[in-house]
Design a protein around this ligand. Structure first.
Ligand code: CO
Length: 134
């Protein structure tokens, strides 16, 4: 795995949190993007090499809605950049980690992504992401 590509933060109101994080980081979000399959609207801030991804639920049954219900707002996942997501998924499976998706999914911000089950990672949801060349 490479650097922390982004940290995902679950928020109740993306517009309010965009304002808050713009003040906090001193930079406006560079993109807002819906991932319909995940029932989520995202917004991204560039802070050096690592990004902040804010996540707002767009459907009551989306994973983010469930997370907010159970835990409230806060850090939702940590994403690591990987050079070869298939190889990394294979390696982690061999190490005994549980993948939440068996094939890479199209994520926000031109990434192929895979999540690891937090039960096997000290309750931290881990995302692998590989940049897709456009
Ligand atoms: Co993410």
């Amino acid at each position: 795995m490479q650097h922390v590509e982004h940290i995902g933060i679950a928020v109740k109101n993306l517009a309010l949190s965009n304002d808050l994080f713009t003040k906090l980081l001193g930079v406006a979000p560079y993109k807002q993007e819906e991932v319909e399959s995940e029932g989520v609207m995202t917004s991204f801030f560039q802070t050096g090499q690592t990004k902040i991804e804010l996540l707002e639920a767009t459907k009551p049954d989306s994973p983010i809605a469930k997370f907010l219900e159970k835990k409230g707002e806060g850090i939702h996942h940590i994403a690591f950049e990987v050079a070869d997501i298939l190889a990394e998924m294979e390696r982690l499976k061999t190490e005994g980690f549980t993948l939440l998706n068996e094939t890479p999914k199209q994520g926000a911000d031109n990434k192929l992504v895979c999540f690891l089950h937090p039960k096997g990672t000290n309750s931290v949801l881990i995302e692998l992401c590989q940049s897709v060349k456009l």
